[in-house]
Design a protein around this ligand. Structure first.
Ligand SMILES: C[S@@+](CC[C@H](N)C(=O)[O-])C[C@H]1O[C@@H](n2cnc3c(N)ncnc32)[C@H](O)[C@@H]1O
Length: 445
C-alpha cells in the first residue's frame, strides 16, 4: 500500500511500514535536522511545514502521523468539531483525510492525550474521525510490552474507513505479553562498538553511595527518597520558616543550636547556604509532605547512622546538593553495589534502578548510565531501544540524536499495529486467507 508520513521526524513509521512492503509517497517535517536524517536513511526528500502541502498530497491508503499535541478551542459546545480544531495541526490531518479518504489512519501521541484538556482533546479527535466515516480505536502501548527494554507508553489511535474496509469492526490491537514485559534486559540493546566513560567526579559520587548501601545491614532499606543533607540535622521544622525572613543574628543562633559554626561577619546568603536548598529557597511554611520526608531521614540517621559512620557523613556534606539525594529502586536484589544497576543523574537526585528497561528517552543529561557497561547508553543503543534497524544512521551530534530518537515512534510497536490492520485486508481478500500467526486479542471496547 502507499503511505504518507506526516510529522515524519526521523522515520519510525517509515521503517516499520517499508519493512512490511508498503511504499512511502510523501513525508514532511518542519525541522531541518530531522529532514536531513530522514533523507540519509530513507533516500527520499521530506517536505517542510505540513500546512504548505496539505492540498497537494498524493493518493495513499495509509496515513501516519505522530503529531504534536495542541489544545483545541474550548469555546462553547455549540461550535462544531471543525471549529474546535481550526488552526491546529490536527485540523491539517483531518483536511488531508477528507481530501484523500485513506483506508487506514494511524496516529501516535503522548499517553496523557487521554486526559489532556480534561478529556476534551481525545473526545474531539475521536468525533472528527467518526464524522469523516471512520471506525476509531485507541490503545496505550509501550515497547517493553513487546520484549524491548524501553518503557515508553504512547497512545496509538487507529481509524479505519468504514466504506473501504468491509471488516473494520474486526480490528484488534496487538496482544501484549506480561511475560515479555517482565523478561526485558538492557543487554539486548548493547552495542559493542559504542564507547564512553563516567567522569571521575561522578564515579566518586557513585562510590560514595555504594559505600552507604554496603554499610547498611541487608535487612534495612534506605529511606525513600534518601536526603543525606538531613542526616544529623536538627533545625526546627515548625517555627523558623521561611528562613529567608530571619535576621542574620537569628540565623546564627539557630545554626549554633545544631553545632554549626557560622560568623555574623558572613553575608546572609552565605549563612543561608547552611540550610538545604528546599529550605533556604522556600517562600512559605514547610509543606507537610516535605516535613514527613525530613523527619523520616533524620530518624533513619538516629537509628542507623552509627553503622554508616561520621566519616561517610562528613563526605556527604561535601557533595553537590543534587548528589545528596538518592533513590534506591532496586528492591531486595543481592548486590548493593550501585555500579551493578542502571543509574540516572536527575535534577531530583541519583536514581538507581534494575537493568530491565530504560525509561523514555529525554534530554541528553538524563540519558541513563548502565553500571556494568561503565557508561551512558550511546545514540546507537538509543536507536536500538526504538527498534531501528542496525544500519539506521542517527544524527552525528549526540544531543540532537537523543532528542530525535526521544521523539520518534518505536518501530516494533508500529509494525505490530500495522500487521493487525493487514489482517483486515486478508479477511476481505477474495482468497479469504487469514495470516495464521497473528492472534486476535480477546478484547472489546
Ligand atoms: C513527535 S514528533 C514525530 C516523530 C516521528 N513520528 C518519528 O518517528 O521520528 C513530531 C514532529 O512534528 C514536527 N512538526 C511540528 N510542527 C510541524 C508542522 N507544522 N509541519 C510538519 N512537521 C511539524 C516536529 O518537528 C517533530 O519532528
Amino acid at each position: 500500500m502507499r503511505f504518507v508520513d506526516l510529522f515524519c521526524g526521523i522515520g519510525g513509521f517509515h521503517q516499520a511500514l517499508s519493512q512490511l512492503g508498503h511504499e512511502c509517497v510523501f513525508a514532511c517535517d518542519i525541522d531541518e535536522e530531522c529532514r536531513k536524517v530522514y533523507h540519509e536513511n530513507w533516500d527520499m526528500t521530506a517536505f517542510n511545514d505540513v500546512r504548505t502541502w496539505s492540498d497537494e498530497i498524493d493518493d495513499h491508503e495509509i496515513l501516519c502521523a505522530g503529531f504534536p499535541c495542541q489544545p483545541f478551542s474550548k469555546s462553547g459546545n455549540q461550535l462544531g468539531f471543525e471549529d474546535k480544531i481550526r488552526g491546529t495541526l490536527f485540523a491539517e490531518i483531518s483536511k488531508i483525510i477528507r481530501l484523500k479518504s485513506p483506508k487506514y489512519v494511524l496516529l501516535e501521541n503522548v499517553a496523557n492525550l487521554r486526559t489532556h484538556n480534561t478529556g476534551n482533546t481525545m473526545k474531539t479527535i475521536r468525533s472528527v474521525l467518526q464524522n469523516l466515516g471512520y471506525h476509531v480505536r485507541d490503545r496505550v502501548l509501550s515497547p517493553h510490552e513487546f520484549g524491548i527494554p524501553h518503557h515508553r507508553p504512547r497512545i496509538f489511535i487507529v481509524a479505519i474507513n468504514k466504506e473501504k474496509v468491509q471488516n473494520y469492526s474486526k480490528f484488534r490491537f496487538p496482544r501484549v505479553s506480561k511475560k515479555k514485559a517482565e523478561g526485558t534486559h538492557v543487554d539486548t540493546i548493547f552495542d559493542a562498538s559504542s564507547e564512553g566513560t563516567i567522569s571521575e567526579s561522578l564515579q566518586m559520587v557513585l562510590n560514595h553511595w555504594t559505600k552507604f548501601m554496603k554499610k547498611l545491614p541487608k535487612k534495612i532499606k534506605p529511606p525513600s527518597p534518601t536526603w543525606s543533607m538531613e542526616f544529623g540535622r536538627l533545625y526546627d521544622l515548625e517555627n523558623i520558616h521561611p528562613v529567608v525572613n530571619l535576621t542574620k543574628r537569628r540565623l546564627c543562633e539557630e545554626l549554633a543550636k545544631e553545632g554549626i559554626k557560622v560568623k555574623m561577619s558572613w553575608s546572609k546568603e552565605r549563612i543561608l547556604q547552611q540550610y538545604p536548598p528546599y529550605i533556604r529557597k522556600m517562600k512559605t511554611v514547610l509543606p507537610k509532605w516535605k516535613k514527613q520526608f525530613i523527619e523520616k531521614n533524620r530518624q533513619f540517621w538516629v537509628d542507623h547512622g552509627k553503622k554508616i559512620g561520621d566519616e561517610w557523613l562528613a563526605e556527604t556534606r561535601l557533595l553537590n546538593e543534587t548528589y545528596q539525594k538518592f533513590e534506591w529502586h532496586v528492591g531486595s536484589e543481592k548486590s548493593r553495589d550501585v555500579m551493578d544497576y542502571m543509574i540516572h543523574t536527575r535534577p531530583s537526585g541519583i536514581r538507581v534502578s534494575r537493568l530491565n528497561r530504560i525509561p523514555a528517552l529525554v534530554a541528553i543529561a538524563q540519558i541513563p548510565i548502565i553500571g556494568p557497561w561503565g557508561r551512558r547508553i550511546s545514540p546507537r543503543e538509543a536507536a536500538n531501544a526504538q527498534s531501528f534497524s542496525s544500519d539506521f544512521k542517527p544524527h552525528d551530534k549526540s544531543s540532537i540524536a537523543f532528542r530525535q530518537l526521544g521523539n520518534s515512534v518505536n518501530v516494533v510497536v508500529i509494525d505490530e499495529v500495522v500487521k493487525r490492520l493487514m489482517v483486515l485486508e486478508s479477511i476481505q481478500s477474495p482468497e479469504g486467507i487469514l495470516i495464521p500467526q497473528v492472534k486476535h486479542e480477546n478484547y472489546s471496547e
